[in-house]
Structures are given as C-alpha cells and as structure tokens.
Design a protein around this ligand. Structure first.
Ligand code: UGA
Length: 450
C-alpha cells in the first residue's frame, strides 16, 4: 500500500520505518527542512536502538522517502497518518494546532478518497475536529471527496519502539465505518496475523484508551512509590513486596518498580492532559491527582536523602555528587521531564557540584542545563564525564539515577576507594545492600531494608 506519515518525530519515524519494512511504499513528511535533509542522507536524529539500520535498509530499497512537500506527501497515498506533535499548553492540555493544520492541508490538497489516521496523542473528540476541518477545507474548494477519520493511538516505548511496533500487544483502532476498519485490518495484518490483537471501537473510545493506558501505568508507579515509603518505615522491603504481588496474574510483574518517579515525554504529559480533559467536563480525577502529587514528591526524594545524609541541605554546599544516568530511562537520550533534572537543579541551588555520566544523554542534558543556568554557571557546577569512572573520581557520593545496563555491576571496591563519603544512593533499586556492605559502602535504596 502507499502510505504517508505526516510528522517525522519519534512516533512518525518509527511508524513510517516499520510500515516500509513490511513492504509498503512510505513517504514521511515534516516541516523541518533540516530534519528531512538529514533523514534523506541517512542520518537518524533520535537515539533508538536498531532504528538507524532499518531506516537505511528501507531508504536504500526506495520504500521510505522523506519530504517537506505537502503536495507530494498528500498526493502519494490513500492512507495518511497524522503523527505530529501535541505539546502541552500552559494548563497541561494537549495542543492540537499541528494536527488541525495538517488536516487543513489535507483538505486543501486531496484529490482522491482518503483514510486519515490519527496517531498523535490527542484529546477525546479530536477525530471529530479533524473530520470537520477536512470537510470545511473541501467545502471551501467546492468539491466533495469522500474520506474517513480513524483514531489509532500508538503504544510504543522509547528504547523498545521497533519491537513494540512490530510485535504489538494490541492494535487499537477507533473507526466509524466498516470500510475504514477493513483497510486498517489489512494494513496491520503483517503485525497481527490472527487479528486477535486488533481491538476495534469508536474514535472517542480509542482516544480515551491512549490516556487511560498511560494514566494507569503512572498510577501503578506512584502506588509503588508511596508503598515504598511505608515499607521503609515498617522495616519491610519494597522489592520483596513487588515480587510477592507481581506473581498474582491479576496484578502482573511489570511497572511495579519503585524509583525516583516517572518521567519522559508521555506519562507526565498524559496524566496532566487527562486531568484537564476531565476538569473541562466538570470531573475531578482524584486518583490521578494523587498519582501526580506522589510523583512530584518522589522526584525530590533523592535530594532529600542526600540532604539528610549530610545533616541538612546547607551541608551540601561544596559537596561533589556523582550521578550515573541522566536520561529519563535507559536506552534513550530523551531528557524530557527526566527526574535527573529535578535532582540537579536542587543540588545546584544548594551549592553542590555535580559530576554526571550518561552513555548517550549528556549532550541533551547539557543543552537544557545551559539554557536554564547559563554557560558559565553550568561549566562551573556540572561536569559531564566521559565515563562512569570519571564521574565518581573525587566525588563524595554516587547517585544511581538511570538504570543503564553498564551501571549494573560496577567495581564496588573501587567505588569505596574513590568516593570520599563512601556512600551510594540507588534511585532504581538495582544494587544489593549485602554486596555494598561487604565493599565498605553505605547504601540507600528506595523503600528497602534488605
Ligand atoms: C510510555 C508507555 O509505557 C508506552 O506504552 C506509551 O506508548 C508511551 O509512554 C507513549 O505514550 O508514547 P515511555 O514514556 O517510553 O512509554 O516510557 P516507560 O517505559 O513507560 O517509562 C516511563 C517512566 O516510568 C520512566 O521514567 C520509568 O523510569 C518509569 N518507571 C517505569 C518506573 O518508575 N517504574 C516502573 O516500574 C516502570
């Protein structure tokens, strides 16, 4: 099939690449000249495992092309995916201006029947707005070309995006016509051979499903984070509790890890947006507000632990704190809403210096921190180390922020010899207290006594 993807961001690029990889002729459109020029040269602007070779393979086979031309993109296909950004507005709700601008261009330029598929995370009712926008543009031209609007939210996780798209748990399709549903089934057949993964519903239900899924995941995390505090106070261990409850198939093992709060471009934004959507309809989502409140507090936890370890925030002045990991989670360079930023801001405000190492996110982190604190302040207070070892040299304590694979089994004896205060704060519960004790290191995890 011929497919067009509007928006070469994270979701758009992955979707375009995966559809091309199963044999479709895909054109991926973006307004950003520089991004399209880079992609056309084979440069992939995001860090996502295995994405670059699959982009290259399909680009060289001629199945995946990149363009900034609206006319080329809209003329290419009978199926157009909208995968443009929906950044949060001041009040937290998703801004759908880019989605509606794309809908207007489609209405202005389309010459044949179309299936317009929305992949962006959008407020409930957006499919109806897209439909109205395209219809208005067609009416403005005085033409009547049939089209359908489908909601097909994306559930890929950064760092696992190709795998999630190629082998999805479920394919949610909100459609209002049997024809649209039929085309979507055909399109997704290579990813859903027996069609059991296909869940059909109305467009509004599909739009709400996307928010509900991320809100549920965020709530599980905040629940475990809150319970971790209780476990710590009661002399219980949250890791044991996690294994104990996760063994119940009704609960399941995933997304039960206590840590330093959820971050990233999706969970925080989608929780905020769902709260706003509900508020507009006069509903106060109490559980989600609590989820958010717990998360905000959790992102400050490591700083509080450090402050109490050194007997007060004022005692952090002049201390050197090593951070392992900056990205909001492993296998990505994404720093959006990363808990590491909350910690760094608090450490700098307290007069501490930071020695940070991340395998891929240091560049992004540096840009953000320079924008916030200025070049000089940043250079004086934050060292971006080129290795995990360099980060801990001459530091007082080590804080494990992101659980990258390379941080899992460090040489603890070396850490004990180099860390001046001989202490490790484990924000992801990946270390074993007994091993650190044996190496002569003080250890604090999240909600752990073992
Ligand atoms: C999330 C969802 O998991 C995807 O299903 C969804 O498609 C995506 O948002 C999206 O809406 O586009 P992502 O933001 O890539 O994916 O990252 P997650 O793996 O969900 O992690 C989110 C945050 O939760 C991270 O900060 C992670 O460290 C934290 N987390 C995760 C925990 O603190 N504990 C856990 O047990 C799991």
């Amino acid at each position: 099939m011929n497919i067009t993807i509007i928006g070469a961001g994270y979701v758009g690029l992955v979707v375009a690449t995966c559809f091309a990889d199963v044999g479709n002729e895909v054109v991926c459109h973006d307004l950003d000249d520089d991004k399209i020029a880079r992609l056309s040269r084979g440069e992939v602007p995001i860090h996502e495992p295995n994405l670059a070779p699959v982009v290259t393979r399909n680009r060289l086979a001629g199945r995946l092309r990149f363009t900034t031309s609206d006319a080329l993109a809209i003329g290419h296909a009978g199926i157009i995916f909208l995968a443009v950004g929906t950044p949060p507005e001041g009040d937290g709700s998703a801004d759908i201006d880019h989605v509606l601008a794309a809908a207007r261009s489609i209405g202005r330029l389309m010459e044949r029947p179309l299936l317009i598929v929305n992949k962006s995370t959008v407020p409930v009712g957006t499919a109806d707005q897209v439909r109205a926008t395209v219809a208005a543009a067609l009416a403005g031209r005085g033409v009547d070309i049939p089209f359908d609007v489908v909601s097909n939210p994306e559930f890929l996780k950064e760092g696992m995006a190709l795998q999630d798209f190629m082998k999805p748990d479920r394919i949610i399709v909100g459609a209002e016509s049997a024809h649209a549903l039929g085309v979507m089934r055909q399109l997704y057949a290579p990813f859903s051979r027996n069609h059991e993964k296909f869940v059909a519903m109305g467009t509004r239900s599909a739009e709400l499903t996307k928010y509900a899924a991320n809100a549920m995941l965020a709530t599980r995390i905040s629940f475990m984070n809150e319970l971790a505090h209780l476990a710590g106070q009661l002399g219980a261990d949250i890791e044991a509790v996690r294994l104990g409850i996760g063994a119940d198939p009704r609960i399941g093992r995933q997304f039960l890890s206590a840590g330093i709060g959820y971050g990233g471009s999706c969970l925080p934004k989608d929780v905020r947006a769902l709260i706003r959507i509900a508020a507009r309809h006069g509903q106060h989502l109490r559980i989600l507000r609590a989820t958010q409140e717990v998360n905000d507090a959790q992102q400050h936890l490591l700083f509080e632990r450090l402050a109490s370890y050194f007997n007060g925030a004022s005692a952090l002045r002049g201390r050197s704190i090593a951070l392992w990991g900056l990205a909001f989670k492993p296998d990505t360079d994404d720093m959006r809403d990363a808990p590491s930023l909350v910690l760094i801001r608090a450490l700098l405000a307290a007069g501490a210096t930071v020695r940070a190492y991340d395998p891929v996110a240091s560049g992004q982190a540096r840009r953000l921190l320079v924008a916030e604190h200025g070049e000089a302040r940043c250079a004086a207070s934050v060292l971006f180390a080129s290795s995990a070892q360099e980060a801990v040299e001459q530091a007082d304590v080590l804080v494990l922020v992101t659980e990258w694979q390379e941080f899992r089994s460090p040489d603890f004896r070396y850490l004990a010899s180099t860390l001046r205060a001989k202490a490790v704060f484990d924000g992801r519960n990946i270390y074993d207290r007994a091993v650190l004790d044996a190496a002569g290191l003080y250890y604090e995890g999240i909600g752990r006594t073992d």
